[in-house]
Design a protein around this ligand. Sequence first.
Ligand SMILES: [Cu+2]
Length: 145
Amino acid sequence: MRRPLARGLVAGLLAAVVAGAAAAQAPGASVQGAWARAQPNRMLMSALYFVLINRTHAPVTLHRVSCEGVRMATLHETVDSAGIMQMVPFDSLVVPADGRLVFQPGGYHAMLMGLSAPLKPGGRLACALVVGASRPVHFTAQVRR
Ligand SMILES: [Cu+2]
């Protein structure tokens, strides 16, 4: 697990330099299809899924996720470790140039911990991603089962 992340970090630092130069012109990333798993018990955790699209011709790095009413949101990957599914947190992830990253059940996701209110089906959740050196990318996730 360490090696890909370390490589990603180096690429991310390079990308941050490039993204910094382009940040003033246009947002380099956008989010589509965001949804959060309904969670009737605010004491428990939930998960957020989305597609992160890099609209620039250079790699950009996803650094952080946050959502309103969520005390802590962290980036996770579900990995198959000898037949046992485990969730592994990560600090950052590189989105390839002109590419996308898919966050979906069984793979990358944002773990939502400390909900201030239950997440009800049909509801909405305001979230943001910090990508590269640009302003945060704000988006709304639909809450569903
Ligand atoms: Cu998780």
